[in-house]
Design a protein around this ligand. Structure first.
Ligand code: CU
Length: 314
C-alpha cells in the first residue's frame, strides 16, 4: 500500500499524452518557430535574392519563412463608442498666446503642473540664476520708471522657462487686494533654491508686518494720469505685498525664490496693462541706455504691448 501512496508511476503530464493536440495542433503554429532550421551553407538559387551587391553577403537567398499572425483572421469591428466626431480647432486657443488667469480659477491639474514645472526648473539649475538676476542691483529695476517694464520682461523670461518644461503653463496672477489672503495651494510649497550666495529655502511670515493693499488703494493708483504717477503708486502697492508675505519675499535677492513672487508681479503687471489700455501712449520716459531692460535685449518700447510679448490677462 505504501508504494501506491508515495511512489509508483505518477500519471504522465497531460501534454505528453499520445493523441493530445496541444499547442502543436493550433492552426497557426509553425513547428520551426521555436527552433528554426539553419540555412544550408549553400543557399538554393532564388531569383528574388540573386544580387549580392544589393542584398549583401549576409543576405540569404532563401526567402524568409512565413509565420502567420495568430490574429490574422480575427475580425475587427469597432464599437460605436470608438467613433469621435471631428473637432474644429478654436482660433482663440491655438494662437500661442499665454492666457494668464487668476490663480483662483486654476484647476487642481493646472496647480500641479505649475508647481511641477517650478520644481523642475529648480532641479535643472535654471531657477537660481534667474533669481540671481533680481539680486543684481546693477539692473536698477526698483524705485524708478524701469520698475514696470523691467519686471514685465523678467516675467516673460520666467514664463518661457516654465513653458520649455510644460508648454501648457502661463503665470497665474494673485489679485491680493481683492483676495486679502495667501494662495492656499502654495502654503506647503517652500523650495530650496541654489543662489550664487548658496542655497536658500523659502520662508514666509504672512501678515506679520503689514496689511495687504486695499482695492481702494489700487483704484487710486489706476486714477493716475501720468506714467510716473501710476508707476510710483503701483510700486508702493507692490512693496506692501512683499512685506505682507514676509520671509523670502522681504528681501530683493531672495524674493523670486517664492512662486508667489511671480504671481504677485503678474498682478502688478496686469494692473499696468489695465492702466495702459485706459491711457494709450503714456509710456515711461527712458533715454538710452536706460531704455534697455538689461540683461535682456528688449527695450522699453518692446514692453508696451503684452500680446506682442506673447501673453494676455484673462
Ligand atoms: Cu523686483
Amino acid at each position: 500500500m505504501a508504494e501506491s501512496k508515495h511512489g509508483g508511476h505518477e500519471p504522465e503530464h497531460e501534454h505528453d499524452k499520445p493523441g493530445h493536440q496541444g499547442h502543436h495542433g493550433l492552426p497557426y503554429e509553425d513547428p520551426d518557430y521555436d527552433h528554426p532550421v539553419e540555412h544550408p551553407t549553400t543557399p538554393p538559387d532564388n531569383d528574388r535574392y540573386r544580387d549580392p551587391g544589393i542584398y549583401g553577403q549576409y543576405a540569404s537567398r532563401k526567402p524568409p519563412r512565413y509565420v502567420p499572425h495568430p490574429f490574422e483572421h480575427s475580425c475587427f469591428r469597432p464599437r460605436k463608442d470608438d467613433y469621435k466626431p471631428p473637432v474644429t480647432c478654436g482660433d482663440d486657443e491655438d494662437d500661442g498666446i499665454c492666457r494668464r488667469k487668476d490663480h483662483r480659477k486654476m484647476t487642481a491639474d493646472e496647480q500641479t503642473r505649475f508647481l511641477n514645472a517650478y520644481t523642475q526648473a529648480n532641479a535643472m539649475g535654471a531657477l537660481g540664476p534667474m533669481v540671481d538676476i533680481h539680486g543684481n542691483a546693477i539692473h536698477q529695476m526698483h524705485g524708478n520708471p524701469r520698475f514696470l517694464p523691467w519686471h514685465r520682461i523678467y516675467l516673460v523670461k520666467f514664463e518661457a522657462l516654465l513653458m520649455a518644461i510644460d508648454p501648457t503653463i502661463c503665470i497665474p496672477y494673485w489679485n491680493s487686494s481683492e483676495e486679502q489672503a495667501f494662495p492656499s495651494w502654495l502654503a506647503n510649497y517652500k523650495p530650496t533654491v541654489t543662489l550664487a550666495t548658496g542655497p536658500h529655502t523659502v520662508t514666509r511670515n504672512i501678515g506679520a508686518f503689514t496689511t495687504l493693499p486695499t482695492t481702494a488703494a489700487v483704484a487710486t493708483a489706476q486714477a493716475s494720469t501720468t506714467f510716473n504717477g501710476f508707476g510710483g503708486a503701483i510700486e508702493g502697492i507692490h512693496n506692501s505685498g512683499h512685506v505682507w508675505v514676509g520671509g523670502s519675499m522681504l528681501s530683493i535677492p531672495t524674493a523670486p525664490c517664492d512662486p508667489v513672487f511671480w504671481m504677485h508681479h503678474a498682478e502688478i503687471d496686469r494692473q499696468w496693462a489695465v492702466w495702459q489700455a485706459a491711457h494709450p501712449g503714456l509710456n515711461p520716459t527712458l533715454a538710452p541706455p536706460a531704455d534697455q531692460m538689461d540683461p535682456w535685449p528688449e527695450t522699453e518700447a518692446d514692453t508696451r504691448d503684452t500680446t506682442a510679448l506673447g501673453y494676455v490677462y484673462v
